[in-house]
Design a binder for this molecule. Structure first.
Ligand code: PFF
Length: 457
């Protein structure tokens, strides 16, 4: 049986569909919401440079390893890992990487759906004109009205998860593949339209200087760690999504070149989103680039509410964010769905509904973290903070570290080189160097510093 035929879930129609799907997974709230505000908080240029270096030197090599593992196994991350571990005669503990990934994916999906729901709500608020002429205080009040209303949050969370179930139910080709083939080009067109608007109506030169004028004096050790963590999150690494998508990749596609294209698209979207958001934010006086998580839901709407045609552009912007979040969320659901189908021999639709319901129920913890349970904290964490911290700072780096070490040192060489046959010697040497040494050291430092920073500083 050929490796291509082994997968029970199907294969993407072409390499291009894989690129669109992986870009869809990578481009999400991490690019549109987190990157701009974190870059803003750390002073811009130098942070952006470190972030891009991390994507290239750590993200790309680890992503290649994940795709390789997926394509080698052609199953869900749990079973692909189990098979790779058995075929490499290595200790069975390595297979927990697959479990870790799928669990992290469901945890992230649970809170991702709630935040994506905010973007859906803002499409309506913008369309209704609620923010016309708004000032900072009014925008902040509108944001609290939303987050303090559990039923409204649950409504949007449910709608968002319903959209994800709808896509994943269609399967690899007709569901995920068809969706990303439409959504990704649409996302790029909308983003370029926003860029044009920002150049014409915003303060583009200030945004450019902010993102690209490098001043290393403002760069701290913590900022470097933050840049590494964000690079990881934005490329969807360490959680099984890219491994699951790799399982559906055509056998003849070059992993190295394909992953480089995905990383390039992902970085481009983050940079363009940053340019758009800061051009608009800088065009309105009195808004700080370091506004934090509220940058997108408070500062930006103020600017939209006061610019020519701003409300319409605001609708387009939040649709764009919702599409980006949607194409990421389906990649959080798919690995678990693939696993449940394999393990319990049940249909895709049943597996899909069961797991989305699980994410929905867990998501209620996040919903209540912003209102009725906002004061219920353990060690200063609300439920949402705890899940965010557990996934981003613990599960994700551990998964990425495990993958780098497993593919770098444990997996049988012929299995690795069998998937990388298109790579020349120099490229292979560089990849191994990054995967075996650079990435593990860097990831381990994020892990240790992340915990030290949170609990001991
Ligand atoms: N990469 C997505 C983002 O930047 O928003 C988030 C994400 C999706 C993380 C899928 C992990 C994942 F498996």
């Amino acid at each position: 049986m050929s490796n291509q035929a082994k997968g029970m879930h199907g294969i993407w129609t072409s390499r291009w569909t894989f690129i669109m799907a992986a870009t869809g997974s990578a481009v999400g709230l991490g690019n549109m919401w987190k990157f701009p505000y974190v870059a803003g908080s750390y002073g811009g240029g130098a942070f952006v440079l470190v972030y891009l270096v991390c994507i290239l030197l750590i993200g790309v090599p680890v992503m290649m390893a994940e795709v390789l593992l997926g394509r080698q196994g052609r199953q869900s991350p749990i079973n692909s890992m189990r098979e790779a571990v058995a075929a490499s005669d290595s200790p069975s503990g390595w297979r927990y990487i697959g479990w870790l990934g799928i669990t992290a994916g469901l945890f992230i999906l649970s809170f991702y759906a709630v935040i994506a729901g905010w973007a859906l709500d803002y499409i309506v608020q913008m369309a209704r004109g609620d923010l016309r002429g708004a000032d900072g205080e009014m925008a902040a009040a509108l944001f609290s009205n939303l987050t303090e209303n559990p039923l409204r949050l649950i409504l949007w969370q449910t709608i968002f998860l319903g959209l994800c179930v709808g896509v994943v139910a269609g399967g690899v080709k007709k569901g995920l593949g068809s969706a990303v083939e439409v959504l990704m080009p649409l996302l790029f067109v909308m983003l370029l339209g926003m860029l044009l608007y920002a150049i014409l109506n915003g303060n583009f030169s200030a945004a450019w200087d902010f993102l690209f004028a490098v001043d290393f004096s403002s760069l701290t050790w913590r900022a470097v760690l933050e840049a590494m963590g964000l690079a990881f999150f934005t490329l969807s690494l360490g959680m099984g999504s890219i491994m699951a998508y790799g399982a559906y990749m055509p056998a003849d596609a070059s992993i190295g070149k394909t992953v480089l294209i995905v990383a390039l698209f992902d970085s481009l979207v983050a940079i363009i989103a940053g340019l758009v958001i800061f051009s608009i934010v800088f065009s309105t006086t009195g808004i700080e680039p370091s506004a934090g998580p509220g940058l997108m839901f408070i500062s930006l709407p103020v600017a939209f509410g006061n610019m020519p045609g701003g409300l319409l552009i605001g609708v387009v912007f939040f649709i764009l964010v919702a599409i980006a979040a949607w194409s990421s969320a389906i990649s959080l659901l798919e690995p678990a769905v693939a696993w449940l189908m394999e393990a319990k021999h049940i249909g895709r639709i049943t597996a899909n509904v069961v797991l989305a319901s699980l994410a929905w129920a867990l998501g209620l913890g996040t919903v209540f973290s912003f209102n009725i349970a906002a004061d219920m904290t353990v060690a200063g964490f609300t439920f949402f903070d705890a899940l965010d911290f557990l996934t981003a700072n613990i599960m994700l780096p551990l998964g990425g570290l495990g993958i780098a070490l497993f593919v770098g040192f444990v997996m049988k060489r012929e299995l690795v080189s069998g998937q990388m046959s298109e790579m020349n010697g120099t490229a292979m040497g560089m990849w191994r160097l990054a995967l075996c040494y650079l990435a593990p050291v860097a990831i381990a430092s994020i892990f240790v510093m992340g915990i030290y920073d949170k609990f001991f500083l």
